[in-house]
Design a protein around this ligand. Sequence first.
Ligand code: SF4
Length: 276
Amino acid sequence: MSGNERKILKPVGGVIPYSALEWKGGGCMVVFFRGCNFRCPWCHNPALLSFTVDQDEQLGLAHDLDLIWGELARVNEWVDGVVLSGGEPTLWGDLCAKVALKIREEFPGLKVLLDTNGSRPDVLKVLLRDQLVDGIRMDVKADPANPGEFSWVCGGIDGELVRNVRNSIDLLASWDWEGEVVFRTTVLPGYNYAYLRRILSYLEKRGVSPTQFYLNPFRFTGVRISRSWLDDCHRRWGSSAVATEAQVREWEWALQKGESAFSKASHPEEYSKRVG
Ligand code: SF4
């Protein structure tokens, strides 16, 4: 038997039964779907990038999904919601929608939240149309106005995926619903305030409010981070400096509130250095 024949699809890569950190709305369970169509060098979950595992490692699809239902039966009284994360949950299409629907039907008090890289606007549309989610957090990893740069940041994805990301932004910005939509950017080495402002400008032109834009600090967790990758960041954005968590929170606050709120009066030199 070849190596490929021993590999089988496995949607669920793991479950955190309770997290107080994942969602500002309360405690939640987190389901990590396997598989991703991006290859971000700093990916925080590289073990989840493959859709398959060795046949010997698991017992079948039904058993795999039972991990969700078993844990949810145990913790549903303590959590306020379930976050579908990954990997990229929307790549499982119907299965992702079915999991959301089953949570709706069997645990009606729980919110359903989705983390996505935005590469499947068709699946997002189904989840929104059928009211299967209460909130969506979409990553915007670079400036979508520059497809080549966006592709590079995501590990060399093809142009169609970048177009899909742009379509997802348009969809989420224009969808009329009660749910929460948030866009997030990880502040990669070299990203500065001016570059983050460009990303927000792109979003604002599509109708996104600055208060929907959040930043994540960069962490050296990716297995594909290398000296040459950092040097490339340096070449592209003029600096390989990594913003501290305090800087990231300050920039996020300034982007959400407007630049006039950004310590301009009390720190004019620092302001002009960062805003450029
Ligand atoms: S989109 Fe997310 S899961 Fe996929 S490679 Fe990038 S960081 Fe990893």
